[in-house]
Design a protein around this ligand. Sequence first.
Ligand SMILES: *[C@@H]1O[C@H](CO)[C@@H](O)[C@H](O)[C@H]1NC(C)=O
Ligand SMILES: *[C@@H]1O[C@H](CO)[C@@H](O)[C@H](O)[C@H]1NC(C)=O
Ligand SMILES: *[C@@H]1O[C@H](CO)[C@@H](O)[C@H](O)[C@H]1NC(C)=O
Ligand SMILES: *[C@@H]1O[C@H](CO)[C@@H](O)[C@H](O)[C@H]1NC(C)=O
Ligand SMILES: *[C@@H]1O[C@H](CO)[C@@H](O)[C@H](O)[C@H]1NC(C)=O
Ligand SMILES: *[C@@H]1O[C@H](CO)[C@@H](O)[C@H](O)[C@H]1NC(C)=O
Ligand SMILES: *[C@@H]1O[C@H](CO)[C@@H](O)[C@H](O)[C@H]1NC(C)=O
Ligand SMILES: *[C@@H]1O[C@H](CO)[C@@H](O)[C@H](O)[C@H]1NC(C)=O
Length: 519
Amino acid sequence: MTLIPYLILPWIAVVIAEDVDPSFKVGVLMVDGSVRNRFDIQRIGPAIDIAAESCQSKYNVTLSLLPGYYPRECSAEMAIGRATDLAMNTNISAYVGPACSDDLQVVGRFAAYRNIPILTGLGDVLKERDEFRTLIRMSYDLKDKAHAILAFLEHFKWKRFGMIYRQNDVYYTAMADLLFYLATSADFEVVCQQSYIRAANKTILSNLDKIMETMRDCSRVIVILGGDKDVREMMLIAKRLDMTSKADYAFIYTELFQNEAKGNLSWSRGSESTEDKLKLKEAYEALLIVSLNQPYSEEYKLFSERVKELAATNYNCTYTEDVVNYFTASFHDAVLMLCEVINETKLLGEDPFNGTIITSRLKNKKFNGISGLVTINEKGDRVADYALLDQNDTVKGNFEVVLTYFGSTKEYKEVSSIHWPGGKIPKDKPKCGFDGKDPACNKRGLRLLETSLIITLFLLIVIIIIGVLTYRKIRLESKLANMSWRVRWDEITFLKDIRNSCMMSRLSITSAKNHKVEL
Ligand SMILES: *[C@@H]1O[C@H](CO)[C@@H](O)[C@H](O)[C@H]1NC(C)=O
Ligand SMILES: *[C@@H]1O[C@H](CO)[C@@H](O)[C@H](O)[C@H]1NC(C)=O
Ligand SMILES: *[C@@H]1O[C@H](CO)[C@@H](O)[C@H](O)[C@H]1NC(C)=O
Ligand SMILES: *[C@@H]1O[C@H](CO)[C@@H](O)[C@H](O)[C@H]1NC(C)=O
Ligand SMILES: *[C@@H]1O[C@H](CO)[C@@H](O)[C@H](O)[C@H]1NC(C)=O
Ligand SMILES: *[C@@H]1O[C@H](CO)[C@@H](O)[C@H](O)[C@H]1NC(C)=O
Ligand SMILES: *[C@@H]1O[C@H](CO)[C@@H](O)[C@H](O)[C@H]1NC(C)=O
Ligand SMILES: *[C@@H]1O[C@H](CO)[C@@H](O)[C@H](O)[C@H]1NC(C)=O
């Protein structure tokens, strides 16, 4: 009899535990075995798994990761399908992913409709951001990046710049539009812009020589919004046009991954000949690269190693990158931040399954992640930190981080000095205009000539006057010297019988020639 409760109780406990499953169900929407990009479950999955482990150990939050994978490439149809499937069958607490902007564009709306928080490490190109009420973006967005480019320009007091961008490309055209808009509303002047077209096989169809010649004559600071291959072609032309060796021009472009901006990859990774690569190395001295700031802390390296390990053992994937990229780390931080918020909500005695509460807590949050200090703004977007890289080692041609810009505080940190070709910072507008024919400059030149002429004339007149006066004085003096009546002091004798002071004028003067003359 007494045994029964002992037998039944554990069973009841198990049943209860199953009924109120305390775990948080997180739908993972991700491409499986991507053929196009590096954002698939094989590469990001390990980072999410590591975060889920930390959730348990750090925040006592149990996550159940539910797979919502779809094969081989980004697909809005598959993404929304997987997202609804998951939501129909379980009470999803949050979504993680997808890592494609177009897919996010649909799933984000669904998540808003169902009031489910959705966190992603990508999604930099998003239209109508405000409609995605429950979306948290952990990497960066285009606007943020455009702001960062302007911040770096501002640092060098460059208020005027030219722009070259790739047409027919969502990313670069959106970026160009944003940069133009933000620049003109912040007192910058986009002095000229040119665009080019690229075929699907990556050959540039536009006449780049002409474009570069145009830019040469209309700008000094040139922002290039295009891929690394395009930039290499442009820089070779720029070198040929003699735009890269003197302190006249500066070029800036953005690189997604810092690993690929650092070192010599930016100029050496292409299929150019060795000879061209050497030319590129030299040309790249005039180039600065903007990328997301990726802290290479000890912690980050350890995390990288673990991701690579898990990728190999659990996902049958070998990482080729030296350290994992910023976006992989962002996904990790997204999941961990979600857990911190769940923990906070629990501590406050609120419902951690309520999407409204979790979303609002994720916004305006500050979180110390593996990808650095994460600052989420009121919209739910991360305000990222950016790095400026320069070829500060011109012997090896290696690029290094020289300046960082912290988006949330708008502060700069100088890491290392910049190597400027020609030894000084180029001016955003040269004195005599971009083509050297500025009429204002010519006028000023003329005025300068006039003033110097006037000054010379004036000086000449002064010299002549002084000359004449001196001559006359000298002549007078020599005349005086020759005068026979000239009297010397020792030849003057005072009369003894001076009666009063008024008589002082009555002096007795002895002349050299005529002895004792009474005046
Ligand atoms: C929240 O996390 C802290 C550790 O960071 C832990 O001590 C606490 O128990 C957690 N709260 C709940 C409700 O699990
Ligand atoms: C961890 O969370 C569970 C329920 O989610 C709770 O029963 C337990 O007390 C928590 N542990 C700590 C240390 O807070
Ligand atoms: C989801 O949660 C609601 C209430 O919170 C419950 O009524 C419903 O049965 C749950 N659905 C599933 C599929 O667990
Ligand atoms: C790439 O495509 C363009 C036209 O679309 C063609 O002119 C060019 O020859 C192609 N280049 C290569 C290397 O296939
Ligand atoms: C680029 O750097 C790597 C490692 O520092 C070096 O092995 C390689 O030779 C360099 N490539 C060129 C083209 O200089
Ligand atoms: C792992 O990947 C390789 C190719 O990348 C494939 O040939 C092999 O079958 C895969 N192994 C498993 C267990 O999926
Ligand atoms: C979630 O929380 C909000 C605000 O606290 C509340 O208005 C709403 O009713 C809650 N939703 C559910 C389903 O409990
Ligand atoms: C280049 O910058 C790095 C820091 O980003 C610094 O460690 C290195 O010494 C610099 N190299 C030169 C040649 O100045």
